[in-house]
Write a protein that binds this ligand. Sequence first.
Ligand code: R5P
Length: 302
Amino acid sequence: MSGIAIVPGSGNRGLAERVAADLGSEPLETRSRRFPDGELDVAVDPRIRNADAFVVQPTGPPVDQHLVELLLLADACRRAGAARVTAVIPYLGYARKDRRTAPGDAVGLAVVADLLGPGRIDGAVLVDPHVPQIDSVFDVPLEVVSAVPTLAASLAQELGDDTVVVAPDLGALPLAERYADELAIDAVAVIRKNRLSGTEVEVTGLVGDGGRHQRVVVDDMISTGGTVAAAAGLLADRWDPGEILVAATHGVLVGDAAERIARLRPSAIAVSDTLPVRGLPPSGRVVGVGPVLADAIRRIHG
Ligand code: R5P
């Protein structure tokens, strides 16, 4: 086989199919089974020999299983003689642990970048990774693409003049600036947030004009929904109810996150399909990253 081969993992098979369709093909056949002791065993269609292989696998929950599956699929491609193996990782798990936050901590992102190193893959495609300086931890070439323009476009029709883009924590401020640029909104506010645990955050203040009628809360991901809920709570406490809109690239939505977000009664919530998304409120929409991934694959292949 020559040309592009899309190799789907189980992390988001639907997205792999959409990417393949955009490229005018179908995902390659793979085989996956578990031994009685829980070990995973995968195989790819041996016709992948000489192909330019793109393994599509977000490492969302269950993160460790999807990560190992990605590593095994890449290994299967290499051993079957693929000319090159690129990991297309629409959502990169462990990216939030990019530094030690307490003495004795491990740095998950460094370990994952090491596992996804030269010898295992030849490069990777990532969508809106949590850390902007992601290149500095990976030793393979990265192609970073974004869902922000598509997410912003999906909200644009509903936004008026009295609107502010809100970063729910300091780390999201560059992202909020990007949304403000895309949407031609002149107001950006940032919330001061402390993370208390994996599920709890506290918000202690806001810098900027949060009092506009429409508040677009943006983040790279919604995991438990605690960050978005705390931001919406602070905005509602300080100013008249107004409208809350939410945009995030990765709808991880663990536990009761979708219900938590629904209770905020957002007038719109947009996430992308980097992960399979379930349970959004009626005002929710899922925008596709298939076309931007297919473009990235064409660029790399070309
Ligand atoms: C934090 O640094 C991230 O940008 C997100 O704000 C956070 O991971 C979202 O998690 P959760 O929805 O659990 O608050």
